[in-house]
Design a protein around this ligand. Structure first.
Ligand SMILES: Nc1ncnc2c1ncn2[C@@H]1O[C@H](COP(=O)(O)OP(=O)(O)O)[C@@H](O)[C@H]1O
Ligand SMILES: Cc1ncsc1CCOP(=O)(O)O
Ligand SMILES: [Mg+2]
Length: 241
């Protein structure tokens, strides 16, 4: 929650982390977008997530699902699949998570991926087509699809995988970009958020005093805060696949 909220603040968004069953619907009502992160589960948290997502759909607000650790345990997989039925606008996961979400044979290592993004592209397209959503698979090259179009994002650094919740944070950034994007531009918003986050990782690493995860964590937040339009336009690496 710490790095997710700080990433959002650094990018100019206004995060609120809420999970109380009695409160989530009211929070959705005053939000521009909802992020549901499956990272830490309990039965009442799962109930809150379902309520919040249903409220976002009822109010016509965009919502994003991060199926953290999908495939790691039967409980987690079932909870992620239930959330998918509630029609997220965007799903962002690592390759193992997207493979598991699509019901494909996936080797799973807790919340980390054991597969490359391209190995989960067919799974991502299948989910996108079946649920009418945008699916983003993160990795060395992030792949974003609506089920037919595929956009590749080649920003970032492998050291991002050594900081916990960078995937969670980029999913949160996708929610923030969705909040600011015109309706119907969810694919573009997701790809842009992944590109800006990856670029901030590159800039953060270049400016870090030492090339380690602790320094990168700080450098990433600073870069997100300091990146200007010209640097973003020059640095993002997006391509239609
Ligand atoms: N090998 C890599 N090279 C560059 N960027 C990467 C690499 N692996 C992951 N990333 C980036 O790190 C962030 C987190 O992605 P990932 O590690 O796949 O998610 P998760 O933390 O959910 O497993 C994303 O912005 C992704 O683009
Ligand atoms: C370590 C851990 N355990 C439950 S959620 C979480 C963070 C996962 O973050 P990410 O999906 O970005 O690796
Ligand atoms: Mg993750």
């Amino acid at each position: 929650m710490d790095i997710m909220a700080n990433v959002l603040l650094a990018a100019g968004a206004s995060p609120a982390m809420a999970h109380a069953l009695d409160e989530v619907q009211d929070f959705v009502a005053i939000s521009s977008a909802l992020l549901i992160n499956m990272g830490t589960l309990s039965s009442d948290w799962v109930a809150s997530k379902k309520l919040a997502a249903a409220k976002a759909v009822a109010l016509g607000k965009p919502w994003v699902l991060d199926p953290v650790g999908c495939g790691a345990t039967p409980y987690r997989t079932a909870a992620c699949l239930h959330m998918l039925q509630l029609k997220p606008t965007v799903v962002r996961g690592n390759a193992s998570e997207i493979l598991a979400l699509a019901g494909a044979a996936a080797s799973v290592k807790g919340v980390d991926s054991t597969a490359a993004s391209h190995e989960a592209l067919d799974a991502a397209k299948k989910i996108a087509q079946q649920y009418g959503c945008i699916v983003a698979v993160s990795g060395a090259t992030d792949l974003v699809t609506d089920g037919s179009r595929v956009v590749g994002v080649s920003n970032g650094t492998a050291l991002l995988t050594q900081i916990t919740a960078t995937g969670c944070s980029v999913t949160a950034l996708i929610a923030a970009f969705l909040a600011a994007a015109p309706e119907g531009a969810a694919l573009q918003a997701a790809a842009a958020a992944l590109a800006v986050f990856g670029l901030a990782g590159e800039v953060g690493l270049a400016n870090a005093p030492r090339p380690g995860p602790g320094s990168l964590r700080v450098g990433l937040l600073d870069a997100l805060h300091l990146l200007g339009e010209a640097e973003v336009v020059a640095g993002v690496n997006l391509s239609e696949q």
